[in-house]
Design a protein around this ligand. Structure first.
Ligand SMILES: [Zn+2]
Length: 432
């Protein structure tokens, strides 16, 4: 029931299955979405002739800017049908309101139940949710609904407060955490400081959200390694977004997030919007299937990843996506290489003595990208600058400029607004 048959079918059959949903998706948008009705008519699209995934390329992409500027025109249902309102996180620009109908909530529950199942979860699991379920976020709600559908238990502890998290572990004995990976490090820290025998606790796995755990080759990145070295529980990466209202989740083999073909069509395109080959880095473009409130068509997520089609040992044949390499808008062309900020973070996270940091990118006199790394350091030990640069040269074949600052100065820059996520990347390039 939680391992959909379609996810075990040959690639061609999955494609046909998805294509059987295109026509209904397009006519739903034409009849219910002001934005798409206008887009179809402006571009004189003959919807009846769009039948395959390749045919979709005749339809212009939808961008985050489109949705931000025309939020109301994307909403396909009357207010009477809307149950839950969530908003996108708004890390780039204004948050977008995404309404969910009763059917959408059921779809969200299904998505999360099959995703949990993919991580070996079933009715015997008790999840401890260490992420927020309110504040207009979709994720927490999805976890709750998914656990309920799966017949599993769930404890809504919410974000932060390691003391309450460990108190919950002690009293209720959950088997799995749902957590941002860096928060797992905070929980480990707290446990070590307070003599909690975390290694022998009831927790056997963590469903990790919001931050990548793995490198391009699926080995653990610095963050993943730091957790595993201290606490050898099973870590599962997930990738999801409010706009997708669906998730890509790793199975026990940890070789990319599995796609659920019944929930969305995924395309992968280069900077010019042309399809990339299997295994090449490309931007994920999604088309929601069977979503009622605010379905999107060929929505450019901005997230760059690789995709793979070889069947997985878990029996799933649907495509898999690798870790998110970065955001399209953040792509840096640096001394002949293309890179994304997370690769820089991964290096900096691994060097002892660095308290915090920010990465600034700007345009130099000859019009190309320059990187300045401002490192927060309580006491700059000898050779630290050289050490940092050597790490960069080893990984990226070039070393950016490094300056040292007081860690408090960096914290102030990272948190211009109270309660928001830390900002580590500052894009000061011209023409943006
Ligand atoms: Zn698998």
């Amino acid at each position: 029931m939680f391992f959909p048959e379609i996810e075990k079918k040959p690639k061609e059959e999955i494609k046909k299955f998805q294509e059987s949903k295109i026509s209904a998706t397009l006519s739903y948008l034409k009849n219910n979405s002001k934005f798409y009705a206008e887009l179809f008519s402006t571009n004189a699209l003959d919807l009846n002739s769009i039948k395959t995934i390749e045919d979709l390329s005749r339809i212009p992409f939808t961008t985050k800017d489109d949705v931000q500027a025309n939020n109301d025109n994307f909403i396909c249902v009357d207010k009477l049908k809307i149950i839950d309102y969530v908003t996108t996180s708004g890390t780039l620009g204004d948050p977008v309101i995404v309404p969910l109908t009763d059917k959408d909530l059921e779809r969200l529950a299904y998505n999360e139940a099959i995703s949990f199942f993919c991580t070996g979860g079933d009715e015997h699991e008790t999840y401890q949710l260490t992420a927020t379920i309110d504040r207009r976020f979709m994720a927490g709600l999805a976890y709750f609904l998914g656990a309920r559908k799966l017949g599993a238990g769930i404890i809504r502890v919410g974000s932060g407060i390691p003391e309450l998290q460990w108190d919950t572990v002690k009293k209720i004995k959950p088997t799995a955490l749902i957590a941002v990976p860096s928060f797992l490090l905070k929980m480990i820290d707290y446990a070590e400081q307070h003599g909690i025998d975390y290694k022998n606790s009831s927790i056997k796995k963590a469903i990790c959200i919001g931050e990548p755990l793995r490198n391009d080759d699926f080995s653990f990145n610095s963050l993943g390694k730091r957790i595993k070295e201290k606490w050898d529980i099973q870590l599962y990466s997930t990738y999801a977004s409010t706009e997708m209202a669906a998730e890509f989740t790793e199975c026990e083999y940890g070789i990319g997030g599995h796609h659920h073909p019944e929930l969305l069509i995924a395309e992968f395109v280069d900077i010019d919007g042309k399809p990339v080959n299997d295994g090449e880095a490309g931007e994920l473009v999604i088309t929601n299937l069977d979503l009622e409130g605010m379905p999107l068509l060929r929505f450019r997520t901005g997230d760059i990843c690789r995709h793979y089609y070889e069947p997985c040992k878990c029996g799933r044949t649907s495509l898999r996506i690798g870790p998110i390499i970065g955001r399209r808008q953040h792509m840096i062309k640096y001394k002949g290489t293309t890179l994304y900020p997370p690769a820089l973070y991964d290096i900096l996270d691994n060097i002892e003595g660095i308290v915090n940091y920010i990465v600034e990118v700007y345009t130099n006199d000859i019009g190309t990208d320059e990187i300045l790394i401002r490192v927060g350091c309580a006491k700059v030990k000898e050779n630290l600058e050289k050490e940092i640069k050597d790490h960069f040269r080893a990984r990226l074949r070039a070393a950016p400029t490094v300056v040292f600052e007081n860690p408090q100065t960096i914290t102030k820059l990272q948190f211009p607004e109270i309660g928001r996520k830390a900002i580590k990347f500052f894009d000061n390039r011209k023409g943006l």
